[in-house]
Design a protein around this ligand. Structure first.
Ligand code: AGP
Length: 609
């Protein structure tokens, strides 16, 4: 997510903005910039990389201006670079803007601005369009120009704008992306988020959708879409800075578990046109090329690898093409059978995992087509791939991956459906049924999250166990691996996953009275088989916590506890089944008082062998 900060007052805006941007660093970003209204007009300074690079850039300059805007960029359109960083300035240097969100119709607007006004764009971004648009529409009234520009824009955005011709003023507009206004002493602010302003004030206005806000040193005025001033209560903020970064959640991990419905909606809906046809932005695979592949290889590490296990099931089932899934650190030394008929899919949240990058290079050297599923725009894995399919999960701060995993699954389903349709291995009816199931998952996940208290209670009396098995069949076995990793990496409890059918081939010897067995039984087609496995472990006095679909109450006969997930088709159940497991791991680790967001020995991105 990008970060916005603006200051207008009697002091130099520069330090307030830089400090505010630093308070937004937790959101993740790849570049930063500032625009100041100075006696020589609007000055813009912006740099790829950390805010320290920007500070270095301006350290020798006497940059003074009492009005300014700043930005930390999380790249969406256009790779991270100095020129693509914000603020963006109009061609005539009269308007500067900072923007958070997406202008969906930016290509149409670019064409109009170029055809009608001869505007030549300097960047690959959608955001630059806003600066150019407001500039050409500005006939001496910035507020009016903003309203006109907004009437032409489509998307989800919050932006701040300053004009050379209207000093001591910031105008900002909100549509579906966060925006607040801060009330200071002799100064006022705009920002994307509360942490940016906490050092200076504790009175804010929350800006609602389709509202415009005008900030000057001594007033903040909010107007609705029709230009009428609206009354807004002042919100007194008593959060600590730390609380504010977590939006009130105790840990980033819990916040990111709860962000999954939104992350899934973002990742899914942007790839569907008005007729629910999938367009895989960033992927230029043609039908002929897809038909040329005789194998798919999915290679990744950790949680991303577990997403690949689900990918194998759904791509094989829908596209009827053999899929191999491999751990990157093994793949790269196996001299794998890969050639120009292989589609190699690398999955990586950070896009910097060295093992995955090395595996990608190995596959590339053997002629494979490289498609990567990545969360960080412009990361190494993304840059070295032929095609990139981004998960729009937003920055994932907690080391334990949650929303990245479920959005990686969404990308697996979209690739499977897309390939299945192109290869004509699925009917339109099946395609539509799966798509509507996927679109229904955010609301179903919200239902599970509403019952988080039940899982918290379960964790409260199971947290001190030392051995936990996760078992499942089919897609549930893939999710079992992810559930086990979540528990072990943040609670440090020894847990492992095994295909339920494999238990009797040795592992069941480990079963002792009160051993915890988390049994995933959401696959209708394998439900009876799972019941037998549960009876098997129950007979050895295990404590069985089952996860099943609502209505399958027969499972209660042989389980100690049952966690129900909303009804869904077998194919999409991993998106739901994983959520109680994420919550269970979180609350167990919380009961144990562990450092949940930064577990011992772990890094968010493993850039070593
Ligand atoms: C998952 O919770 C872990 N943090 C870890 O397994 C992670 O998934 C793995 O290191 C891969 O990281 P990547 O997705 O950034 O490549």
């Amino acid at each position: 997510m990008c970060g916005i900060v603006g200051y207008v007052g009697s002091d130099n805006a520069r330090d307030y903005i830089i400090d505010g941007l630093k308070k937004l660093e937790y959101r993740g970003y790849d570049s930063a910039g500032i625009a100041l209204q100075t006696e020589d007009g609007i000055i813009v300074r912006k740099k790829k990389g950390k805010i320290a690079n920007l500070e270095q850039e301006i350290s020798g300059e006497k940059l003074y201006g009492n009005t300014g805007i700043g930005h930390t960029r999380w790249a969406t359109h256009g790779a991270p670079s100095d020129i693509n960083s914000h603020p963006h300035i109009s061609e005539d240097e009269s308007i500067a803007i900072v923007h958070n969100g997406i202008v969906e119709n930016y290509m149409d607007l670019k064409k109009w601005l170029n055809d009608e006004h001869g505007i030549v764009f300097k960047t690959e971004t959608d955001s630059e369009v806003i600066a150019q648009l407001i500039s050409v529409l500005n006939k001496g009234d910035l507020e009016e120009a903003v309203y006109q520009a907004v009437s032409m824009m489509r998307g989800a955005y919050a932006f701040g704008v300053i004009s050379k011709n209207e000093p001591n003023k910031i105008i900002a507009y909100r549509k579906d992306a966060p925006l607040i206004a801060g009330l200071g002493k002799g100064c006022n602010f705009i920002a994307s988020d509360i942490p940016a302003l906490l050092k200076y004030l504790n009175k804010i206005y929350l800006i609602e959708n389709d509202e415009l806000v005008i900030c000057t040193p001594d007033r903040v005025e909010i107007k609705n879409k029709e230009g009428q001033t609206v009354k807004r209560d002042i919100l007194q903020v008593n959060w600590s800075l730390e609380d504010a970064e977590k939006d009130g959640y105790e840990h980033f991990m819990l916040k990111e578990i709860h962000e999954q419905p939104k992350a899934i909606r973002e990742t899914l809906t942007r790839r569907l046109d008005e007729n629910d046809n999938i367009f895989l932005d960033g992927i230029s695979l043609t039908k002929e090329e897809l038909e040329n592949f005789n194998k798919v290889y999915i290679v990744a590490c950790g949680t991303a690898y577990h997403a690949g296990l689900v990918g194998k099931y759904v791509i094989e089932k829908m596209a009827r093409i053999p899929v191999e899934v491999d751990i990157a650190s093994e793949f790269r030394y196996r001299d794998p059978f890969v050639d120009d008929k292989t589609l190699f899919i690398a999955i990586s949240q950070s896009g910097e995992t060295l093992d995955t990058l090395a595996a990608l290079r190995e596959a590339k050297s053997k002629g494979a087509r490289i498609l990567s599923v990545v969360n960080v725009v412009g990361s190494s894995v993304a840059r070295e791939s032929d095609d990139v399919f981004y998960t729009w999960a937003g920055p994932e701060i907690a080391v334990a991956s949650t929303k990245a995993y479920t959005t990686q699954l969404i990308c697996m389903y979209l690739i499977a459906l897309y390939m299945g349709r192109l290869r004509e291995t699925i009917s339109d009816e099946y395609y539509n049924s799966i798509l509507s199931e996927l679109k229904a998952t955010p609301a179903k996940i919200e239902k599970i999250l509403d019952k988080a208290g039940e899982i918290e209670n379960l964790a409260k009396y199971l947290y001190n166990r030392t051995n936990v098995f996760f078992i499942g069949r089919g897609l549930d076995s893939a999710v079992a691996y992810e559930g086990s990793l979540k528990l072990k990496e943040i609670s440090y409890i020894n847990s492992f996953a095994i295909a339920a059918g494999e238990l009797k081939h040795g592992t069941i010897a480990l079963m002792e009275p009160e051993t915890i067995v988390i049994s995933l039984a959401t696959q209708d087609s394998l439900f009876e088989k799972m019941l037998s496995n549960i009876v098997e472990v129950k007979a050895r006095m295990a404590h069985v916590v089952s996860v099943a679909k609502e209505g399958n109450t027969k499972i209660e006969e042989s389980s100690t506890e049952v966690i129900y997930i909303p009804q869904c088709t077998d194919e999409v159940s991993p998106l739901l089944t994983v959520v109680p497991l994420q919550l269970f791991a979180y609350y167990v680790a919380r009961e144990k008082g562990e450092d949940i967001d930064k577990p011992r020995n772990l890094a968010k991105s493993v850039t070593v062998e």
